[in-house]
Ligand binder design. Structure first.
Ligand SMILES: O=P(O)(O)OC[C@H]1O[C@](O)(CO)[C@@H](O)[C@@H]1O
Length: 550
């Protein structure tokens, strides 16, 4: 029934798109001086501007109809009620409980999880503080100076991104490192930089079986045992997982083990003990501020009406472009150097959640799902791929992120940063018409033939949509807000597409095949017979190349 209503809402939007298809965003601004007021939302010091979009009041109303027809509100209630919204794994997705600082009960399939959440958070924060203050020491009795986080995907991207984002809040006497790749260069280069005798290794893995993380952790363990002695392993390792039994086998002391729960997806786990390295770096108080930012957005997402609900609107705009305009990408461009890893973090969040081809019933999904997410910090990307944004044939909707004021950076630089960010969204939207370019070139002294010949190269079609998220400062709380906004955006899109945003079966096949290939690669004499000819050919070529003198 709901899906029939969705189909109707989609047809209404299709018809509406035909009506407004040729009208440019700049025309909407000319016709409505109140457009910014109408199409922005202020959540105290966070502003979401969505006025530079291919959107009229009618588009907005029809998109909201789509959300209602997909039962976004009911599904949101099911999410927060801890129902098993992750149907294929028969689990809730209750990461919001981890940032529930209000203490009110939250239930996972009927059981209040808050007592366990609060206890585990308290244990993790106390450990983080003890490492920071030096009351827990390295085997040689000195204070720890370096923290190495082993993890991959959600067990790496979150802490790594947040540690960089919140660098001004990290204690001066601590250096945080992140090792993810099974490529030996990652751990090898990191170990070279480390003062091993004052380094704490944090093994983060929800499953505690992930090949990359366990391989890196074992390499580090061997190095510690060889260099500092086997007894030092207990002092220099701690671990975070939902599989506490597996940690014991590794030799981590039981009081240095931090848990979380299977209702926390890997890409939603930064709020859990997976945030341990971050908490060590910024301290428990700031870690709680980070959680508070996430909690702010949960409250907003739950309480704001759909038409004033930032993640809902972000989601609807994404569906509008992905499904009606055929725009298959979304660029996330933080004008914030310290948010350099934010696009990669959201890339996992969005693409691992919604990169799906079947709906909840297992039938082929009828709409295009997750966009391809990419991005780099501004202004750097202006001097790289923005050429295509402005004049390429592919339209790339952009999310710009910028602080109103810098955190520990020169204010004069920040003014230029802000000017560039705003100029880019303005240029993308307004463009520069051909006849205006001709006139400008003539004013610069070109003949009219030369001006006409050059003008097409210098003209900008404009009408390229973007949103801007403006926040006061990149504090822990602001970062928590930004992450949670995207989490709920991804959830709402999953509801509209009728897919499960909380599983990730697509990563499994490659893992399985790698396990099968690993022994063939390790043993140069093993036959490659039975493999597909390309894979066999490449293995044999690699064997040959490895033996060739350069
Ligand atoms: O925390 P784990 O279990 O090591 O998994 C790491 C990552 O691997 C994935 O399962 C994908 O391979 C992600 O979903 C997850 O964030």
């Amino acid at each position: 029934m709901a899906r029939d209503e969705v189909a109707e809402a989609l047809s209404a939007l299709e018809a509406h798109k035909r009506e407004i298809g040729a009208v440019k965003i700049s025309k909407f601004f000319q016709d409505d001086p109140e457009r910014f007021a109408r199409f922005h939302i202020a959540l105290d010091d966070l502003i979401f501007d969505f006025s530079k979009h291919r959107l009229t009041e009618k588009t907005f109303a029809l998109l909201l109809d789509l959300a209602r027809s997909a039962r976004v509100e009911a599904r949101r209630a099911a999410l927060f009620a801890g129902e098993a919204v992750n149907a294929t794994e028969r689990r809730p997705a209750l990461h919001m409980a981890l940032r529930n600082l209000s203490g009110k009960p939250m239930f996972a399939e009927g059981v209040d999880v808050m007592p366990d959440v609060v206890a585990e958070r308290g244990k993790m924060e106390a450990f983080a503080e003890a490492i920071r203050s030096g009351s827990i020491k390295a085997a040689n009795g000195e204070r720890f100076t370096d923290i190495v986080n082993f993890g991959i995907g959600g067990s790496d991207l979150g802490p790594k991104m947040a540690a960089q984002a919140l660098a001004p809040f990290v204690a001066d006497h601590l250096t945080l490192h992140f090792v993810a790749n099974v490529d030996g260069a990652d751990i090898g280069d990191t170990l070279k930089r480390l003062p091993l005798s004052t380094t704490l290794f944090v093994i983060c893995s929800k499953t505690f079986t992930t090949l990359e993380t366990m391989t890196n952790a074992r390499t580090a363990r061997d190095r510690v045992a060889r260099t500092l002695g086997e007894k030092a392993v207990a002092d220099h390792f701690c671990a975070v997982s939902t599989h506490l039994d597996k940690i014991a086998e590794f030799g981590v002391r039981s009081d240095r083990v931090f848990g979380f729960w299977d209702w926390v997806g890997g890409r939603y786990s930064i709020w859990s003990s997976i945030g341990l390295s971050l908490a060590i770096g910024i301290g428990a108080r700031q870690f709680q501020e980070f959680l508070r930012g996430g909690e702010d957005i949960d409250t907003h997402f739950l309480e704001a009406p759909l038409e004033r609900n930032i993640p809902v609107i972000m989601a609807l705009l994404g569906v509008w472009y992905r499904d009606f305009w055929g725009f298959s990408t979304l660029a996330i461009i933080p004008y914030d150097e310290r948010l350099g890893r934010f696009p990669a973090y959201i890339q996992q969040l969005d693409m691992e959640s919604n990169g799906k081809s079947v709906d909840l019933s297992g039938a082929p999904v009828t709409m295009a799902t997750a966009p391809i997410i990419f991005g780099e910090p501004g202004t750097n990307c202006q001097h790289a791929f923005f050429q295509l944004f402005h004049q390429g044939q592919t339209i790339v909707p952009v999310d710009f992120l910028i602080a109103a004021e810098p955190t520990c950076a020169d204010p004069a630089h920040h003014q230029l940063l802000l000017a560039n960010c705003l100029a880019q969204s303005q240029a993308l939207m307004q463009g520069r018409a051909l006849d205006e370019v001709v006139l400008r070139l003539q004013a610069e002294g070109l003949s009219s033939e030369a001006a006409v010949a050059l003008a097409p190269h210098k003209a900008f079609a404009g009408d390229r949509p973007s949103s801007t998220l403006l926040y006061k400062q990149l504090t822990p709380r602001a970062l928590g807000r930004l992450i949670a906004l995207y989490e709920h955006k991804v959830f709402v899109q999953g509801v509209i597409w009728n897919i499960n945003s909380f599983d990730q079966w697509g990563v499994e096949l490659g893992k399985e095949l790698a396990i099968e290939l690993a022994p063939i690669i390790a043993d140069g004499a093993r036959s490659t017979r039975g493999l597909d000819p390309s894979t066999a050919g490449l293995i044999e070529a690699a064997r040959l190349l490895a033996k060739t003198e350069v």
